[in-house]
Design a protein around this ligand. Structure first.
Ligand SMILES: Nc1ncnc2c1ncn2[C@@H]1O[C@H](COP(=O)(O)OP(=O)(O)OP(=O)(O)O)[C@@H](O)[C@H]1O
Ligand SMILES: [Mg+2]
Length: 269
């Protein structure tokens, strides 16, 4: 584990509020959003399109300032940090997005893409970076030949592996994954989810895992927060949420899961 001195939990969101104003239209993207994520665990944030998941993720990452409320990551208050301090914290919290191609620079090779955060954060020397990129590529199941290719020469699943390798390059403690497997077909999705679980077990990563898909949330998470219209309507340990959902919106989401997946659970997503 990278830093035993940091007190758990690793992510704290306290009473986040944010309203977007577009002309006369006001959207409450976050309405009293609070949760915590303990080190080495996964909080799945689920909810339908427009419920405020990405806004919450961006706020945790320090990319979006809330109207009010506090975010702490690794013990630091994200929105109170100076830019240089936030940049330092960014090394410890990385992000993987939904779009396998859009998040990677098409002009760069996979090798260079994975080395990108190491260069940006002054992590290791040039030979060290090269070696680490190779090791990471291997860890996420990319071949040496693929290291020399560009994103458009890879499949969606391979690009997502590149994005994960890049996110891990600077040895983060927290990874925010926003619909990171949604664009992938079922078999590739299962491989990537297994890979993420394996990495969590191996290096104690903490995940904020955003998905609209409760079956995926069930496979990945320790705790689940259900968002609807900017509010967390239910927040419970995974098994409790599936066994005894309290909120009508959660029940509706559960009812929408194909029965086979719902019943079979973990191994079969
Ligand atoms: N920059 C912005 N300006 C105005 N409104 C915004 C902005 N960003 C998000 N919103 C609105 O805030 C609400 C929450 O959006 P958000 O992107 O967080 O939802 P989401 O749960 O991630 O949805 P999806 O599953 O489609 O990705 C939506 O109604 C959206 O239109
Ligand atoms: Mg989103």
């Amino acid at each position: 584990m990278t830093n035993d001195l940091v007190p758990a939990p690793v992510i704290v969101a306290e009473d986040l509020q944010l309203t977007f104003a577009q002309g006369k239209r006001m959207t409450r993207a976050m309405d009293h959003v609070s949760f915590t994520v303990e080190r080495g665990t996964t909080l799945a944030l689920v909810g339908q399109s427009g419920s405020g998941k990405t806004t919450t993720a961006r706020t945790i990452l320090g990319l979006q300032r809330p109207d009010s409320g506090v975010v702490r990551v690794c013990g630091q208050e994200v929105h109170a940090l100076k830019p240089a301090e936030l940049q330092k914290l960014r090394r410890r919290m990385q992000v993987v997005l939904q779009d396998p191609f859009g998040q990677l620079n098409r002009r760069h090779t996979v090798q260079r893409i994975i080395e990108g955060p190491m260069v940006a954060h002054g992590y290791l020397d040039a030979p060290g970076r090269k070696q680490r990129a190779t090791d990471l590529a291997d860890a996420v199941g990319l071949t040496l030949a693929q290291l020399g290719r560009k994103p458009q020469e890879l499949s969606g699943g391979q690009c997502q592996r590149v994005a994960i390798a890049r996110a891990l390059a600077v040895n983060p403690e927290v990874v925010v994954l926003d619909e990171a497997v949604s664009a992938l077909d079922v078999s590739v999705r299962a491989q990537i989810l297994n890979l993420l679980s394996q990495l969590q077990r191996d290096i104690g990563l903490t995940y904020l895992f955003i998905t609209h898909d409760l079956a995926v949330a069930r496979y990945m998470s320790h705790n689940i927060a259900v968002m609807n219209a900017g509010r967390i309507v239910e927040y419970a340990p995974r098994e409790q949420l599936f066994a005894d959902p309290q909120d009508p919106y959660t029940r509706a989401l559960l009812a929408a899961i194909p029965q086979g997946i719902h019943r079979k659970g973990l191994a079969d997503v």
